[in-house]
Design a protein around this ligand. Structure first.
Ligand SMILES: Nc1ncnc2c1ncn2[C@@H]1O[C@H](COP(=O)(O)OP(=O)(O)OP(=O)(O)O)[C@@H](O)[C@H]1O
Length: 288
């Protein structure tokens, strides 16, 4: 049976110049969802609402089958979050911060903490506020993992992080997912993270979810076809995303459907290329 670890319905937040939602969003247990969108599309706002750091204007957020507004403290004990939450504690050293945070989480794993501090070469004596941008992300990431959460909410965890540590983060996230019971929501501009870690992709544009899909479905359906000519029917077909001239080619989001249609219209296919994930996302954002 498929169970949802996160179930969000009709979530809205209005600022003077920006509105998020209404958003419906689900995360199945044991899966990783990438949240992708251009700058300012609302990803951080969405995370801050899920963490109850921001008050929503409407809708409901259920995590682990519990309402966030009723059971915030219990829920948060099993959620790990990376998203600039530690800035108010800039005057504390990493070590002092770890004492504070470990006290709050009953499931804190001190051995794991020591391992990760060494793995990411963190100087525990340094004040958090004096850490570099990438080091701050690594410290947040370590704290998020060390209480063994059932859900990780990661808002651009690798932004500013060196490539060696990025690789380690990916390894640690794959290990985290290994038992099939833990889930991730990951906002990122890093396509490799999406490819290597995520099962589902949700695209946010101007505060709205414009697409949600399973990553592996894409390869079968999205393609670019070089064709002999294009008919009126094809030009207006809902699965033809784009028609380009010289050489004549079209982009489709449903190759099997379009192949049948081309055959019916007597149009010859000269060549077919599957689209990369980057290209598909670009087309989706372009349509949105
Ligand atoms: N406190 C606030 N008051 C008013 N507007 C805000 C506030 N916080 C965020 N916004 C606006 O909400 C919109 C979404 O911002 P948000 O930070 O959620 O985007 P994002 O997708 O995370 O962007 P990025 O990819 O650049 O991190 C932006 O237009 C931003 O200016």
């Amino acid at each position: 049976m498929v169970t949802s670890i996160v179930d969000i319905k009709g979530l809205t937040k209005h600022y003077k110049k920006f509105s998020l939602g209404p958003i419906d969003f689900e995360v199945e247990t044991g899966t990783a969802v990438a949240l992708v969108g251009t700058n300012g599309s609302g990803k951080s706002t969405f995370f801050r609402l899920i963490m109850n750091l921001l008050q929503s204007d409407g809708g409901s957020i259920n995590i682990f089958d519990q309402d966030l507004t009723e059971k915030e403290t219990e829920i948060k004990k099993s959620v790990g979050y990376v998203g600039d939450l530690l800035e108010p504690f800039s005057y504390l050293t990493v070590k002092e911060l770890s004492s504070l945070i470990s006290y709050w989480y009953p499931s804190w794993d001190d051995k794991r903490y020591t391992q990760l501090i060494e793995r990411y070469h963190i100087d525990e004596g340094q004040k958090y506020g004096k850490c570099s941008k990438g080091t701050k992300k690594k410290v947040e990431f370590i704290f998020a993992l060390c209480h063994k959460p059932m859900l990780l909410l990661l808002d651009e965890p690798s932004a500013g992080v060196d490539i060696i540590s990025q690789r380690k983060m990916k390894e640690d996230l794959l290990n985290y997912m290994e038992d099939g019971k833990r889930s991730i929501v990951l906002a990122t501009h890093n396509i490799d993270e999406v490819k290597q870690l995520c099962d589902y992709i949700t695209i946010l544009e101007e505060g709205k979810i414009i697409h949600s899909f399973e990553k592996d479905e894409l390869h079968e359906k999205w393609a670019r076809l070089w064709v002999s000519h294009v008919s009126e029917v094809l030009n207006n077909h809902s699965n033809v995303i784009k028609v380009e001239e010289s050489p004549l080619q079209l982009v489709t989001d449903d190759l099997p459907v379009i192949e049948k249609e081309l055959e019916k219209e007597g149009i010859t296919i000269k060549h077919i290329n599957r689209l990369s994930l980057e290209e598909v996302i670009e087309h989706m954002i372009g349509q949105g």
